[in-house]
Design a protein around this ligand. Structure first.
Ligand SMILES: [Zn+2]
Length: 337
């Protein structure tokens, strides 16, 4: 059988990652990366997406006679998958109504499909990663926010308003901290990188000793991170490696709330497996080690004993591979017509 290749683009709040994926194995053959630069306008962003896409295709150096036949894009926000338009993206300095699919189709001469970032990454884990072959799966990604997706019967369950699985907005503390969405006491306000950063910076301001003081310097803080400035995940990992009391205590708290939210998800949905990924979990596996036993302990005994809680396998590539899979779905659909 001829190999088929799909282009996947992961449009994040801080970077755009593109890769050519072998659709039968999930292997990424060539990739390219650019900063998103949230200050720029819609036209520049669309142009930059096209540049990253063509760079990735060139980098893949596909064997003669083989081509990329479809493309998919994952975006951090609410999308209209039918029209391929990114409706709202609070993490892209409020850019909205971006005709991403149409713009890329013109540039690449390929069918392009647009989807939500977390749901796409879940598709990647389901097909080639830690969720392979699982019927009832929940994927949770901890990064600048906390995202989640539900798989049922081997398919994404998006729900009628495409918001099913939004675990970041489960209430974990009645009347607690304000969340980016405007609600109160949501998981994202306790366990996201933005939330962890906020606590750490407040404690530093109060004069708590921490190796972060030396580590942070000028490069340690991402000023343009979506949702406000954020301490880089790699830096948190360094502080953990040095047994920094403040960072360990803050992660313990974040992990505890994450575990409690997972326990609620386990009771409510009875998943066979939960895949935990995202930038913070990738850099700091300790977060999973804290959250998983709490989730199993706080859940009802029977579903708590059954569920497996595992780290994501595709790591940084989950978005790119998921985007490529999403793009290939459009070709299959078109082929059926
Ligand atoms: Zn919220």
């Amino acid at each position: 059988m001829a190999k088929s290749y799909g282009l996947g683009i992961d449009l994040g709040g801080t970077k755009i990652l593109a890769g050519v994926t072998d659709l039968s194995t999930g292997k990424v053959l060539g990739s390219a990366k650019k900063r998103t630069n949230s200050a720029e306008g819609a036209k520049e962003l669309l142009g930059r997406l096209g540049d990253v896409a063509t760079d990735a295709i060139a980098d893949a150096k596909l064997p003669k006679g083989t081509f990329v036949t479809s493309a998919g894009v994952l975006a951090p926000g609410q999308v209209d998958p039918e029209r391929g338009v990114l409706l709202t993206a609070p993490n892209l300095s409020g850019l909205g109504n971006l005709p991403i699919a149409e713009s890329l189709e013109d540039r690449l001469d390929l069918p392009v499909r647009l989807g939500n970032d977390v749901q796409g990454a879940a598709l990647g884990e389901l097909r080639f990663g830690a969720g392979k072959g699982v019927d009832r799966l929940v994927c949770v990604f901890v990064g600048t926010g906390v995202g989640g997706a539900i798989i049922r019967g081997g398919e994404l369950d998006r729900g009628p308003s495409a918001t099913a699985g939004e675990i970041g907005h489960l209430v974990v503390f009645a009347g607690g901290r304000f969340c980016g969405c405007g609600g109160r006491g949501h998981l994202e306000a306790y366990a996201s990188r933005t939330a962890i950063t906020r606590v750490l910076l407040e404690e530093l301001r109060r004069g708590r000793p921490s190796v972060l003081r030396d580590l942070l310097g000028a490069a340690g803080i991402d000023e343009n991170a979506p949702g406000g400035m954020a301490i880089r995940s790699g830096l948190l990992a360094k502080a953990v490696a040095q047994n920094d009391e403040l960072v360990l205590e803050t992660l313990q708290e974040a992990g505890r709330y994450l575990g409690l939210a997972l326990a609620s998800a386990i009771n409510f949905y009875n998943p066979e497996r939960i895949v935990l990924g995202g930038g913070v979990v990738e850099a700091v596996p300790l977060l999973l080690e804290i959250a998983a036993p709490i989730a199993k302990r706080e859940a009802l005994a029977v579903p708590g004993a059954l569920v497996e809680i595992v780290p994501s396998k595709l790591g940084d590539n989950a978005g790119v591979v998921g985007a490529a899979l999403l793009g290939a779905q459009s070709v299959q659909v078109a082929g059926l017509r």
